[in-house]
Design a protein around this ligand. Structure first.
Ligand code: PMP
Length: 366
């Protein structure tokens, strides 16, 4: 939420997404002079005691928020989520040079395409048959022959959130949680690797967070090909300082994690996220102008796409919304339509404003 001279705005961008207004205010107040150091965090050595303590606090807060077990390492990397599409196969192809993927949409497919450069990609399930709108069909696959299974629990573009239960399987599960990390309680111990780009629920774009089980930090079949900065063991050994880390992004992530703790943590924000999503989907389902046709049980709490029955109304809707301070509601270029991203930082008032605007628009267009 930001305040211009005349108008309050709410930013529904899918990412880089809005950050909590309190965090932005703190960052602004500390921008030129971080805690009496006389300089900005942006200008500070990553080896300085001040930055060391920011880095330690960031990790500690994340561990606390997600209840990350001691047997996992937290790595702060660069290249957002997409570079992990390469890092994961390079690091985890320890035996079979074969990885399984659950194909739930755009971002799963991006991850598969990149992994296919290094390992054999096996589709263990897919919802492509329903154009990624319903539960994926799971195929008969021997998990013993896979180095890992990759899932994308929240497909940011399709607006599909799917948390499959595989139970005890013979290979580690790797999850791209870019658009759902910290939005709900999860059991980290179910995963071998969790990774996320920061620009939705964490902080500025470019930072990538990787949570990896210690026992997976072993040599991989592809060791000789792993660029140093993509090698999890190198990054872990150097405490995320194998080169200069993205210091300012880490500083902002630390503030966001602190803000989330003040909100009552993940369990508390999850309840708010449920409420926001329920309100918005109810408004869409009640509307005569717009619809969302994702299976109800799979509707994303974070990214809510909606489409006009009469497509001619869409541009007027987007333009009028923008004029009302409801920003960035157009859908992804691959999909069209509209999309409201309502991550942790989106206050309930933002969702209420959007719903009121939808109703007003409907009243003047039916
Ligand atoms: N995975 C998911 C689920 C995403 O939503 C995104 C970005 N929207 C990415 C990966 C790619 O992230 P980045 O741009 O940080 O590489």
């Amino acid at each position: 939420m930001a305040e211009t001279q005349q108008q309050q705005t709410f930013n529904f961008c899918s990412g880089p997404a809005m950050l909590p207004s309190e965090v932005m205010a703190t960052a602004q107040s500390e921008f030129l002079n971080f805690q009496k150091s006389g300089i900005s965090v942006m200008e500070m050595s990553h080896r300085s005691p001040e930055f060391q303590s920011i880095l330690e606090s960031t990790e500690k807060r994340l561990r606390n928020l997600m209840q990350i077990p001691e047997s996992y390492r937290v790595l702060f990397m660069q290249g957002g989520a997409s570079l992990q599409f390469s890092a994961v196969p390079l690091n985890l192809a320890s035996q079979h040079l074969r990885a399984g993927f659950l194909n739930t949409g755009y971002w799963s497919q991006k991850a598969m395409t990149e992994a296919a450069k290094y390992v054999d990609v096996i589709e263990v399930g897919s919802s492509e048959g329903s154009r990624f709108k319903s539960l994926p069909d799971v195929f008969d696959v021997d998990f013993n022959e896979l180095d890992y299974l990759h899932i994308t629990p929240n497909e940011t573009i399709g607006g599909v959130e799917c948390w499959p239960e595989f139970g005890e399987i013979a290979c580690p599960i790797v999850a791209d949680m870019s658009s759902c990390i910290l939005s709900r309680s999860i059991d980290v111990s179910q995963f071998g690797v969790i990774y996320a780009g920061a620009q939705k629920n964490i902080g500025p774009a470019g930072l990538g967070i990787v949570i990896v089980k210690d026992e997976l930090l072993v040599s991989s079949e592809l060791d000789d090909d792993i660029p140093r900065l993509l090698n999890y063991r190198t990054v872990a050994k150097n405490d995320s300082m194998a080169n200069t880390p993205p210091t300012y992004a880490i500083y902002l992530a630390n503030l966001v994690f602190g803000w989330l703790q003040e909100q009552g943590g993940v369990a508390e924000i999850e309840q708010k996220n449920i409420k926001k999503a329920e309100m918005l989907y109810a408004a869409i389902d009640d509307s005569r102008l717009i619809y969302n046709d994702i299976d109800i049980s799979l509707r994303s709490r974070m990214n809510v796409p909606f489409f006009f029955h009469d497509e001619n109304l869409q541009s007027a809707f987007l333009e009028e919304a923008q004029n009302q301070g409801l920003l960035n509601l157009s859908g992804h270029r691959s999909q069209g339509g509209c999309r409201a991203s309502i991550y942790n930082a989106m206050p309930i008032e933002g969702v209420q404003s959007l719903i009121e605007f939808m109703k007003k628009f409907e009243n003047s267009h039916v």
